[in-house]
Design a protein around this ligand. Structure first.
Ligand code: SF4
Length: 427
């Protein structure tokens, strides 16, 4: 009997090819005004060690079967390649299990229902698997196998709330069962690290085998953090990041340009740069604000209490951060929400990153829009491997002889297309 195991649908992009196990479900805080991920009825829950161990063994059972199927594959054939066979064997295993155990084996899984008729929310929620199917589990293992089988993410939103002994048991079980895994990461909240975890406990996490904590710090401005109900302060960010670094763990910070809106744009950039300068995280990852329907922030936009920063303002915020961060760190743009690819090490690559920004800012307003459209289309294709039907239908009038004639799209249609594309990109 094969069983699905719970996976972390929400994880950093760097963990897309990681094996994931859920130690808790969803987010106990769940109040951030911009955050759509757990707002559609997904409830926070702690899981027991037995439940998590059971998931790890269920993953092993499926993975062993994939190994057996791959051992029987003939990689010497010219028509075959290891990755194609891996893919085919994974799909074969799904069919075999459904044949033996019945289609109900897959019906156990479901997405959280979106609870409304909003197409964007429905689009987003279909990727969120609160209870996974056999197919989800096998495809998840497939991605991990194709990615080199080296990394593991332990979710969901704040695994630092767990006791070090719990993390130790989980990591030790994963290492025993999947010996190729050598990097373990979690999402954490800086408030948990700063206020609730002793340095000695964080050192225990490190000793247990945890390597990195991803913090969604979003902003260093207390005003912005309060406005968006982050439940954390600049002081939490600084103390939390420094404590985690002191414990020997790697720190990866997500920052969110645009989160201060027009009103706090300058303060947001300045204070965020200051937090980074004071804490020198190993990585600063840029994830631009994308406003999702049904969030508190979208209501604030409708009632006029939040005015979104323009794309140009957001780029100017990033420029301010790059100019003002006064420490060594790695800047990474690995979110599809970003307009520009700003990547490099500070301080050495500062000029190169600023040049990318200045080149965009020097474009005429019309060229900026076209640039944005092309960048969002490329992100969409990169994320989903092609266009969805609704996006294709919007583009169809401008496709001539099979090629998209981007210059034939009237400026009036460009804004709507950019909005549509952005609304479908996974942050
Ligand atoms: S803490 Fe993270 S997951 Fe929880 S509501 Fe805020 S942004 Fe969303």
């Amino acid at each position: 009997m094969f069983k699905p195991f719970e996976i972390c649908s929400i994880r950093p992009p760097t963990e897309n090819q990681s094996l994931t196990f859920r130690l808790t479900r969803n987010c106990y805080w769940n109040k951030c005004t911009f955050c759509p991920v757990y707002k559609q009825g997904a409830r926070f829950a702690r899981r027991t060690l037995d439940d998590v161990r059971q998931d790890i063994y269920s993953a092993k059972h499926l993975n062993d079967r994939l190994d057996e199927l791959n051992a029987d594959s003939d990689f010497s054939s010219l028509m075959s390649s290891q990755s194609a066979d891996e893919y085919q064997n994974a799909q074969k295993l799904i069919e075999q299990i459904l044949d033996i155990q019945g289609p109900d084996a897959d019906l156990a899984g479901h997405s959280i229902p979106a609870n409304d008729d909003d197409p964007i929310t429905n689009w987003f929620m279909q990727w969120f698997r609160d209870v996974p199917t056999i197919s989800d589990s096998i495809n998840h293992l497939l991605a991990w196998r194709m990615g080199g089988r080296k990394t593991c993410f332990l979710g969901d939103a704040d695994s630092l709330i767990l006791k070090p002994e719990f993390i130790r048991e989980v990591i030790s079980t994963v290492k025993n069962v999947f010996p190729s895994v050598h990097r373990f990461t979690v999402y954490g909240r800086t408030a948990t690290a700063a206020r609730f975890r002793l340095l000695s406990e964080l050192k225990e996490f490190r000793k247990a085998g945890l390597n990195r904590v991803h913090f969604g710090i979003e902003s260093g401005s207390d005003t912005v953090l309060r406005e968006v109900r982050k439940g954390e302060t600049k002081d939490d960010h600084i103390r939390g990041c420094l404590k985690v670094k002191d414990a020997g763990l790697s720190v990866s910070d997500y920052v969110m340009p645009g989160l201060g809106g027009q009103k706090y744009s300058d303060e947001h950039a300045k204070e965020t740069a200051d937090v980074v300068s004071q804490t020198a995280p190993d990585f600063v990852r840029i994830r631009t604000l994308q406003v999702f329907p049904n969030t508190e922030l979208s209501k604030q936009i409708k009632n006029g209490t939040f005015k979104e920063a323009s794309e140009e303002q957001v780029v100017a915020e990033i420029r301010q951060m790059i100019e003002q961060i006064d420490t060594q760190t790695q800047i990474i743009s690995d979110s599809a929400t970003n307009l520009l690819q700003i990547n490099g090490r500070l301080p050495e690559d500062r000029s190169a990153m600023l040049n990318v920004i200045e080149s965009y800012l020097a474009l005429s307003p019309t060229r900026k829009k076209m640039f944005s459209l092309q960048a969002r289309m490329a992100s969409f294709e990169g994320q989903y491997g092609g266009f969805s039907r609704d996006i294709y239908e919007e583009l169809a009038p401008y496709i001539h002889n099979g090629d998209l004639d981007i210059d034939s799209i009237p400026e009036s249609a460009v804004d709507a297309l950019i909005l549509l594309l952005r609304s479908r990109l996974m942050p």
